[in-house]
Design a protein around this ligand. Structure first.
Ligand code: PLP
Length: 355
């Protein structure tokens, strides 16, 4: 048995893979989901159900639209300032890692980014806490979970300006209060479904104020008016997201999966702290419940541990090159049994290499 700790595209439930493969062969009257019109009543049903699942699972209040777009979270890095930042104005950004940096990089095409705080000097191993957000900022942007560094920002920062959040790697993993946000975006391939789909949740009233002409495909309003079907949507990715969100619903929804995710994270961090060979890489209070980063006290043991993990069926444990060491991504679909198997592996390795 393989255990998939990959950071993304990531593990999805086995039953979702089975249902998805069945729909490739025969979705309706012998037709594959891949050859059906997105304007067919069947697919319109899929779109409506997926939208409702996102709304129900996250308790999205009225006044918000749920969009299914393409271009990944990376496209949102530009779409956000293009739609929300008036010419020459400033938006506040919290710099907590590579993804935040990439978001900041796109702002200059439309206005200015004001980096209100950064943990760059510490290789992003914590979340900055003491900072103020100027009230004349067009919006405040942050990354809720830093996939590469394994830090997570759990409490929405207090501010009067609109809040925009890149939730790519922790959306649907824990309960959030959507009403505290003005725009949430997430590449689907971590907790929602396959790659090729981006989910956006936007408060309608913040749109249309940039004073800028926006190309249709990059205009949130156009996608809202088109019901995410201004052009051909990523039909299959949306279908698989629907299956996965139905799986989440059947497990009791986000509140239930949050309990499981916390139990998985706690067990793994406890072992990292206990085991004499391993140590965590970031501030304890900011530890992510989705991406668990750790290194070895003796770097010479990293290669042997990586080999040992590979031989025993563990996938995707290699840390991102900017942190090194290991990263166990423990997204919703990763069963707690896989976490326990990893803990056993770490203990076995410790037995062999104890000095
Ligand atoms: C993976 C990831 C991205 C990039 O998403 P794409 O869909 O590949 O553009 C952006 N932000 C965060 C936090 C991520 O984890």
């Amino acid at each position: 048995m393989r255990h998939n700790f990959g950071a993304g595209p990531c593990i999805l439930p086995q039953e979702v893979f089975k249902q998805a493969s069945q729909a490739v062969l025969d979705f309706k009257d012998g037709l594959s989901i891949l050859e059906m019109s997105h304007r067919s009543p069947e697919f319109e049903g899929v779109m409506a159900e997926t939208t409702k699942l996102v709304k129900d699972l996250l308790n999205v209040p009225s006044g918000y639209s749920v969009l299914f777009l393409q271009g990944g979270a990376s496209m949102q890095f530009a779409m956000v300032p293009m739609n929300l930042l008036p010419e020459g104005k400033t938006a506040a950004y919290l710099e907590t890692g590579v993804w935040a940096n990439k978001a900041i990089k796109e702002v200059k095409f439309f206005g200015q980014a004001n980096i209100v705080a950064s943990s760059k000097d510490a290789n992003f191993n914590f979340i900055p806490k003491q900072y103020s957000i100027p009230e004349d900022s067009a919006y405040f942007h942050y990354t809720s979970n830093n996939t590469i560094y394994g830090t997570e920002l759990f409490d929405v920062p207090q501010t009067k300006v609109p809040v925009v959040c890149d939730m790519s790697s922790d959306i649907m993993s824990r309960v959030i209060d959507v009403s505290k946000f003005d725009l949430i975006y997430a590449g689907a391939q971590k907790n929602i479904g396959p790659a090729g789909l981006t989910v956006v949740i936007v408060k309608d009233e913040i749109l249309g104020k940039s004073g800028r002409a926006i190309p249709s495909m990059l205009d949130y309003k156009v996608h809202i008016d088109g019901g995410s079907m201004y052009n051909t949507p990523p039909v299959f990715a949306i279908y698989v997201a629907m299956l996965n969100l139905n799986w989440l619903k059947s497990k009791g929804g986000v509140a239930e999966i949050e309990k499981e995710n916390k139990a998985k994270a706690q067990a793994l961090y406890a072992e990292i702290d206990r085991n004499t060979l391993f140590k965590g890489t970031c501030a304890v209070e900011d530890r992510s419940i989705m991406n668990v980063c750790f290194v070895m006290e003796n770097p010479e043991l990293e290669k042997p541990f990586a080999k040992f993990a590979d031989e025993n069926g563990f996938e995707g444990l290699k840390g991102h090159r900017s942190v090194g060491g290991f990263r166990a991504s423990i997204y919703n679909a990763l069963p707690i049994t896989s976490v326990h198997a990893l803990i056993d592996l770490m203990q076995e390795f410790e037995e062999k290499h104890k000095s």
